[in-house]
Structures are given as C-alpha cells and as structure tokens.
Write a protein that binds this ligand. Structure first.
Ligand code: UT7
Length: 323
C-alpha cells in the first residue's frame, strides 16, 4: 500500500529561455513542440541528491504519520548518485536518522521508483518488513553535458518519496510488471568515466562521462515498451481501461505520454502531466507526479491508478494500485 508520498525540487527553476544565457542554440518553441517541457529545476550550491531526497522523505513520513526510526528499509532509485561509492540511500538514512533501516540504491534509470516499489512489495511478502521508504531521486544536472542541446534541454532534478506499508482491505498493488533489455544499453548511457574506462584526461576532454542518447531510437522504444507495459498492467489487474481513474506515466516527453495513453485507451483528462514544469526527472518523475496528484485531491480512496515507466537499460514496467 502506498501510504503517502512527498516531493522536493531544488530552488532554482531554469526556463527554456535561460539556455540563451549559457550559449545553447535552442528555442522555447523547439523544446515545447518536441517535448512539452517549459522549465526544469537545477540543483545549486549546497543542494545534492541526499538533501533533495531527504526533504522529499521528510514530507512523505510526516504525511504517513511514520517516524524515521520506524523504517525497516530505504530503497532509492537513482542514476545520479552523490558518490559512486557508497549508495546515496545510506546518506539519506543517516540524514533522516533511520537507524533500523537497511538502505540501498537501485539503478534502473527512469524505472527506478517503480522497480523500488516492486522490490519493497517483495520484501514485505517474504522478509517480514513492515514499513519501507521508496524514493526516486535525481540530480541529472550534474551528469548532463550542458553544451549538448540534444540532451541538456530534456532533464531536470528532483525527488519523490513514498512510504510503503502492507496492503490492507483490498488496497495496494493489484498488478506489477518489470522488464529490461540490455542489448540496447548503448542507446542511452554514460559511455566512460567508470569501471570499463576510468576517468582520465581524454574522458574529461571529450565529455564522455556525461549522458549521451540516441533520441529517436529511445523515443521509438519508449512508445513501444510503455504500450506493452500498459497492456500488462491491465491484464495483470484484470481491469479494462475504463476502470483506470488516473494514469501516471513517466514524464519524459508529452508525445510519448500521449502515445501511451492513446494505446491504453485512457483519455488525456485522466492522465497526470507535469513534464512542462519539471522536465524529465528520470526516477523521480512518477513519484513527483503522484505527490502532486495527491496534493490536488485527484486520488480518492478506492481509485485505480496506473503507473508506467521506461528508461535507460532499457528498463520498463508498470503497476496498477488501488488506493
Ligand atoms: O527518460 C526516458 C528516456 N528518454 C526519452 O524517452 C527521450 C526520448 N526521445 C525524445 O524525447 C526525442 O527523440 C527528443 C526530444 C530527444 C528529440 O526529438 P526528435 O523529434 O526525435 O528530434 P530529432 O532528434 O530527430 O532532431 C531533430 C532536429 C535535429 O536537427 P536536424 O539534424 O534535423 O537538422 C537536431 O539537431 O532538431 C535538432 N535539435 C534541436 N534543435 C533545437 C536537437 N535538439 C535541439 C534543441 N534545440 N534542443
């Protein structure tokens, strides 16, 4: 059961117009037309993945009426950890004072939160865990190439945190689906700067430690995989599209969101969209959207919400949850 969700973003909003100030040749018109993005948040001095995730976590804990000391586990989905070692989840654990919790990261890129919820459900079913914090958080601004207009206009920073408890009274996860395909790993990656090619002067000079993406290929795969994931979610829950009260898809591109909704047979009035204000926040995008939807009172008890994610790996998946 997703007991409560909170979200946090850095202070600075970076608009499409702001790219002119850093010499990136693009336009508000191009970015909006191709992606639906109008602005994104960018971490500044004193802000990092740990601080943003901790802020989101505190809000979620407070909304759930749970203390940090009660947490059995903290699972952080991220592709932009504060350090390569150790996991950022342990830094969040320390910041929260979640002394009893086991804490670890999941690297499933944009599917990180969705994978995290499904891992949490598994721990509850088999490991005796009662209360788990699942966070999707990213500070992508630190791993994108701010000179590459193909990628730098797309991504944003932020975190969403969800307190997960055991399901009760027919509430909880009705269907869950996860997939990955490593044969397509090169299409969206950070090519160098880690184990297979450690950081050196050449990597720094060519910027190959930053994210690179074959945009069109990723787009096609995202549309195909999210459509498949939506079908699986409905089949698994034995529901039809008309039973879904709200679709919360990964927020990468408004065109991908619209294609997913169309394939699933869910009208756009029932689709939560905030890519215009946050950009693509990868693992954070779904929990930020869920947190906002709940703040706006869009999710009432008994409603069916469908989540669909897709990201680097490739990874993808879906869930239907009864609130
Ligand atoms: O989070 C999960 C993974 N990520 C995604 O799901 C993202 C998937 N991909 C996409 O959303 C889209 O492919 C993009 C938004 C990245 C690109 O849109 P597109 O319609 O596929 O454009 P394109 O890559 O085919 O580029 C079209 C043109 C190119 O110019 P030429 O070669 O046609 O002359 C690019 O150089 O647009 C140019 N371009 C830009 N122009 C202005 C690329 N980026 C920009 C830019 N501003 N920022």
């Amino acid at each position: 059961m997703l007991a409560a969700t909170g979200h946090a973003v850095p202070k600075r909003a970076f608009t499409n117009a702001d790219f002119a100030s850093i010499g990136v040749e693009t336009s508000d018109e191009w970015i909006r037309e191709r992606t639906g993005i109008g602005q994104r948040y960018v971490a500044g001095d004193g802000e990092n993945l740990t601080t943003i995730c901790t802020e989101a976590a505190r809000i979620a804990l407070q909304r759930a009426g749970v203390t940090a000391a009660e947490l059995d586990a903290i699972i952080l989905g991220t592709a932009s950890p504060d350090r390569l070692l150790p996991a950022t989840a342990v830094e969040v654990q320390a910041a929260l004072g979640a002394t009893r919790a086991v804490a670890f990261d999941i690297d499933a890129a944009c599917s990180g939160w969705l994978y995290g919820i499904q891992v949490a459900e598994g721990l509850m079913a088999t490991g005796g865990y009662e209360t788990i914090l699942v966070i999707g958080g990213e500070v992508l601004s630190r791993i994108i190439n701010w000179k590459d207009r193909n990628t730098c206009v797309l991504f944003g920073d932020g975190a969403g945190a969800t307190v997960v408890k055991r399901s009760t009274k027919g509430r909880g996860v009705l269907s869950a689906y996860m997939r990955s395909d490593g044969t397509l790993a090169d299409l969206l990656q950070r090519p160098k700067g880690a184990g297979s090619h450690p950081m050196d002067a050449q990597v720094l000079a060519e910027g190959s430690h930053f994210i690179t993406m074959a945009g069109r290929e990723v787009f096609k795969n995202a549309v195909r995989s999210m459509a498949d994931a939506a079908d699986r979610a409905l089949d698994g829950a034995k529901l039809s599209a008309s039973d879904i009260d709200l679709l919360i898809p990964h927020q990468a591109n408004i065109r991908i969101i619209e294609a997913t909704a169309k394939h699933a047979g869910i009208p756009m009035e029932k689709v939560y969209v905030n890519v215009d204000r946050f950009g693509n926040t990868s693992a954070a995008s779904i929990p930020i959207a869920l947190s906002e939807a709940q703040e706006q009172g869009l999710i009432k008890d008994g409603m069916h919400v469908m989540f669909v994610a897709f990201g680097a790996g490739f990874t993808w998946g879906s869930m239907v949850v009864r609130f």
